[in-house]
Design a protein around this ligand. Structure first.
Ligand SMILES: Nc1ncnc2c1ncn2[C@@H]1O[C@H](COP(=O)(O)OP(=O)(O)O)[C@@H](O)[C@H]1O
Ligand SMILES: N[C@@H](CCC(=O)OP(=O)(O)O)C(=O)O
Length: 378
């Protein structure tokens, strides 16, 4: 039965559940969620909470009615709301809570990522409930993960969770956004997240939510690659949590993938933002896709973006479609000068030749069609 073997779960709670009226935190849905967390913990299941809602919760404290909210106003709201939200969770739960506020950089930098893993492990070992959000008050656009669905998937990977439960204001995935399409059909199970599944997803309907169904599918995809199931459930319905505790199905279940990506490739795919694109000729595309080759300068036909040595880049075919992602050993300025050259000509052109490979095979991951679509939209 669903859930019987869970030892560790990540629960993601959306803004609409934290501040349903859009003016401050409310206990309306959080009471049920807190009861669910307590019940899981009393059964020996470790829980990590990813809680959105700092901006929504802080709205009542800062009078500002114009839309869209300017970034400094949102950041000020987040500063007030984060504190109020933590206070509310702590009041509703009879265990110690520990707060982690993270940015994209914390996942990008391997040492900081390992620190996150260690801190979370230590909190769980001491029966503390970790509560995580993006550090909205300080994160600039380039440092932002942007949405807590993807953040929750990265957290689920870091703690090696059995399941990621995304609690939203909708029953799960529908064939189209049911708020705009009354014919939309509910989908109870997804074996594999294909481009057709992505095509079903629309954005958020309210001003405090981020990403709608698109970011939830991205999160389910990330988690699935790490052998983690994802459930999208309606956090407004108490019956959902009763069903889960009884081992019954609820919401949409996204099955984990059988083949797990290595930790390094998962980090490359999801922890690193690509800083540019490299276009390859047909021969190089074939060598990478079918022969497990590394990328050499000879196969590079165009370079776009201002990336540095060690940055992640997308590799595109001659039509510009991305098909792989890798860590480049040359900065964009140097790669532009050596593109199309034989490896022996690199030293004469640059005055040195640090590495024959532009991207080594070990630093490269091929993208599925759905991943390519997700990477292009970032
Ligand atoms: N195919 C779909 N199935 C279900 N919901 C969808 C779909 N496409 C878009 N949505 C929208 O996604 C919303 C949930 O995302 P969001 O508003 O970001 O919530 P949260 O704050 O919980 O992250 C739903 O209320 C719905 O309007
Ligand atoms: N970090 C932001 C929430 C971002 C977000 O993804 O919101 P949601 O779509 O409601 O999960 C906040 O706390 O307001």
């Amino acid at each position: 039965m669903l859930g019987q073997s869970w030892q560790r779960l990540v629960l993601k709670v959306g803004s609409a559940l934290i501040a349903p009226e859009g003016k401050g935190c409310s206990t309306r849905y959080l009471l049920t969620l807190a009861r669910f967390i307590s019940e899981c913990r009393s059964r020996g299941i470790e829980v990590v909470l990813v809680s959105s809602g700092s901006v929504a919760a802080g709205r009542s404290a800062i009078a500002f009615s114009h839309q869209p909210l300017p970034i400094p106003v949102k950041q000020a709201m987040a500063s007030v709301g984060q504190y109020q939200m933590m206070q509310l969770w702590q009041n509703l739960l009879d265990c110690h809570c520990g707060q982690l506020l993270l940015t994209h950089d914390d996942f990008h930098n391997r040492r900081r990522y390992l620190n996150i893993e260690n801190t979370l492990r230590t909190l769980l070992d001491h029966q503390v409930l970790p509560i995580i959000n993006e550090n909205d008050s300080v994160a600039t656009a380039e440092l932002k993960l942007g949405d807590n669905d993807n953040l929750a998937a990265l957290v689920a990977t870091a703690v090696d969770a059995d399941v990621l439960i995304i609690c939203s204001d909708i029953d799960g995935l529908y064939s189209a956004n049911p708020r705009s399409n009354p014919q939309a059909r509910f989908i109870a199970e997804v074996e594999c997240i294909t481009p057709e599944i992505f095509a079903m997803a629309g954005g958020s309907h309210h001003s405090v939510g981020t990403g709608g169904m698109v970011t939830k599918l991205q999160a389910a995809q990330k988690a699935g690659q790490q052998g983690i199931d994802t459930l999208i459930v309606n956090g407004q319905k108490a019956a959902v949590f009763e069903a889960l505790l009884e081992g019954k199905a609820a919401g949409t279940l996204f099955h984990r993938q059988q083949e797990r990506l290595s930790a390094k490739k998962h980090w490359l795919l999801h922890g690193l933002k690509s800083q540019g694109q490299i276009q390859l000729d047909a021969g190089a595309v074939k060598a990478l896709q079918q022969q497990g080759a590394s990328l050499l300068a000879k196969g590079v036909s165009a370079v776009n973006g201002q990336f540095d040595k060690g940055d992640a880049v997308l590799l595109c075919d001659s039509s510009g479609a991305p098909f792989a992602k890798g860590i480049c050993q040359y900065p964009a300025s140097e790669l532009s000068r050596i593109k199309g050259l034989h490896s022996q000509q690199i030293a004469a052109t640059l005055g040195y030749c640090p590495r024959e490979e532009v991207i080594h095979r070990d630093d490269l991951v091929l993208l599925s069609a759905a991943e390519a679509a997700a990477q292009s939209s970032k």
